[in-house]
Design a protein around this ligand. Structure first.
Ligand SMILES: Nc1ncnc2c1ncn2[C@@H]1O[C@H](COP(=O)(O)OP(=O)(O)OP(=O)(O)O)[C@@H](O)[C@H]1O
Length: 610
């Protein structure tokens, strides 16, 4: 069953492509803070922004300390690069008489100059610098199937230039070297700018982060200056809330959003668990327009009355299906429904994921008003770009099999090029023990899981990204959202129980138009996954081993079994399902924009989700 030769070729090709045709150099830093393998100690975002001593002093302000103050909005910030929002009342004089006006782009009140998030001091970059190529492979997306449904869906755009995002944001898009919008961006940005609620399902690695960040930043830039409600002096009132399920993903979104909002006057702050809350509180007090947070830490901040959601205009849930599954749903309901957030229809709500099971769509619809459903891509991941292999490996043989793969990868890997391998395991203990074993056998590995301290998690991620430790053993904490360039190979050492988790895991490679390789070890313990795995692979034009097909045919009753065959991925609006009986047109509005792809897809998704 071993396919060492062909596997090795694939790994080598994938490695070469991942290294040689890397994604944006900026994106390498996007995850955070986290890059910079040479740095011994993690420096939290707010400390990274400490002023150089030569910085000019912060301007004096006579304005009251409103947490939503946007520094610089009255002055040269708007004057220099942009002239498109000059006529907005409020962004200038108003309640902030010259308060921040003296600062050219990006001065932060009471402290220092806005640190340039594009600054290129990242060690991780140097490892790959020769090979960096910032272009996303759009050819891979040319004929991508797209479906929209809902009332009056705004038409998509083809270029960023067609959209009035504002000059400062456009400049940052160019700094990110985004030449044109990805398909999910082409559709979602006009929808969001039109003020519509949205449930968007698009493949892993296809640019969803920018898809929700751009309209939020642009909307805050253009929107009226908020009047801070009278409340506890230390309560802050963000205008936008972006929730994500893991700390590392929140950090990554924060870093991305900081780049997009550089010199726009829009202030982005992150709050997540495992890090000292006092530092985050201090950062919040300096002003926040967009708060990126994990649910647990946000609840803490809300209960301390240090954050109020009263002024929220935009709510985005990244990995929304995960945020609404059993683990997170109570917290999310508390945040969205039981605190002081404006209701659906008043705020604008955007939900994004690569997977959207029907049951979760139903739950999610509670948070939305007259929303548009968007599905980009045929399946729940850019699986055409990811070569998927599944090998039958008994539990007791997994380690030696992994060793074979790694040796083959090492032997066939492109000379001098560093390809990263991400190995998913079931348990935290299993992660530690596999990491130890790999290190003992001469393969530098590190691990990320929920039993490690936050500092250890961040250090592990930095070390992996930089290439210093090219193997990362992870639990599902690393399965979603993380955008790590140069991951050439994802190994499912232990397969997950849920096919959606598999989709997200393999999506850590093959991102932004690049190809990748995913290998799964399958044995009897995974029998319940056989059917959905075989269906997924078939749908993505992958070679399905005959033995897996036989397992699939035998697997009855597994939780992932999808009777009716065919696809099961999130490309269908549950409101269009015949079993959805809540008022039909009332609810769904009937305006379907489905199109752009043929019956195959529709037929497949029609049988989705039993
Ligand atoms: N328009 C664009 N042009 C070029 N690169 C882009 C563009 N938009 C996004 N990217 C890059 O594509 C990569 C993937 O983007 P992102 O992390 O937002 O994917 P995602 O859809 O959220 O994936 P996941 O489902 O895994 O969370 C990032 O490195 C990002 O910088």
């Amino acid at each position: 069953m071993t396919t060492r030769t062909s596997w090795a070729d694939l790994a080598a090709n994938s490695a070469a492509e991942n290294v040689g045709v890397g994604s944006s150099s900026d994106s390498n830093k996007a995850a955070g803070s986290a890059s910079g393998g040479g740095r011994p100690v993690y420096v939290p975002p707010h400390l990274r922004s400490r002023p150089p001593s030569a910085d000019p002093p912060a301007p004096t302000s006579t304005a009251p300390a409103s947490s939503n103050d946007r520094p610089g909005q009255g002055g040269p910030r708007w004057a220099a690069p942009r002239n498109d929002y000059n006529n907005r009342s409020g962004y200038g004089g108003g309640g902030q008489p010259g308060g921040w006006g003296g600062r050219s782009g990006g001065w932060d009140r009471g402290r220092d100059r806005e640190v340039n998030p594009f600054g290129n001091d990242d060690d991780a970059e140097q490892v790959f610098s020769e090979q960096e190529n910032t272009a996303i492979n759009f050819d891979a997306y040319e004929d991508i199937p797209v479906e929209t449904s809902g009332d009056n869906v705004p038409p998509p755009v083809n270029t960023f230039a067609e959209i009035d995002l504002g000059e400062a944001l456009n400049l940052n898009i160019r700094r990110c070297k985004y030449v044109k919008p990805t398909p999910v961006q082409r559709y979602t940005i006009p929808i969001s700018l039109a003020g519509r609620d949205l449930m968007a399902c698009a493949q892993t690695g296809s640019g969803k982060t920018a898809a929700f960040c751009f309209p939020i930043i642009s909307g805050i830039m253009k929107g009226p200056v908020p009047q801070k409600p009278v409340r506890g002096a230390r309560t802050v009132f963000p205008l936008a809330l972006i929730l994500s399920p893991t700390r590392e993903l929140s950090m990554q979104i924060h870093e991305e959003a900081r780049k997009f909002s550089y010199q726009t006057g829009v202030k982005v702050v992150v709050a997540y668990g495992g890090a000292p809350i006092n530092q985050q509180l201090r950062e919040l007090e300096r002003g926040v327009d967009i708060l990126v947070a994990t649910p647990g830490r946000l609840v803490d901040l809300l209960e301390r009355a240090r954050v109020s959601l009263q002024m929220i205009r935009y709510l985005a849930l990244d990995e929304a299906d995960r945020m609404l599954d059993m683990g997170f749903e109570p917290q999310i309901r508390k945040i969205v429904e039981q605190m002081d957030m404006p209701p659906p229809g008043v705020r604008q709500t955007m939900l994004f994921s690569a997977t959207f099971p029907r049951e979760i769509q139903r739950l999610a619809s509670d948070f939305l008003a007259n929303y548009i459903f968007l599905a980009v891509g045929r399946v729940g991941s850019s699986t055409d770009l990811i070569v998927q292999r599944v090998e039958f490996v008994q539990e007791s043989d997994k380690r030696s099999h992994l060793m074979d793969l790694l040796h083959a990868q090492r032997a066939n890997g492109a000379q001098g090029k560093q390809a990263l391998t991400l190995v998913f395991v079931e348990t935290k203990k299993g992660a530690d023990s596999l990491e130890h074993w790999l290190c003992m056998n001469g393969f530098p590995a590190t691990t990320i899981h929920g039993d490690r301290s936050q500092q250890e998690r961040e250090q592990a991620l930095r070390s992996f990204k930089s290439g210093a430790t090219p193997i990362l053993v992870a639990t599902d904490v690393a399965a979603r959202g993380l955008d790590i360039p140069h991951v050439a190979h994802v190994v499912n050492f232990d397969l997950p129980n849920d096919i959606d988790d598999y989709v997200h895991r393999i999506g850590r490679t093959g991102r932004a138009g690049k190809t990748g390789l995913a290998t799964a070890f399958f044995n009897d313990n995974n029998a319940s996954l056989a059917k959905s795995l075989a269906d997924l692979m078939q749908e993505a034009n992958q070679e399905v081993p005959a033995w897996l097909t036989r397992y699939a045919a035998r697997s009855f009753g597994g939780r992932n079994r999808r009777p009716g065959g065919g696809g099961r991925f999130g490309g269908r609006d549950f409101r269009r399902d015949s079993s959805f009986n809540r008022g039909g047109s009332d609810y769904y509005g009937g305006g379907s924009n489905a199109g752009g792809y043929g019956g195959g897809y529709s037929a497949n998704v029609a049988s989705a989700w039993d």
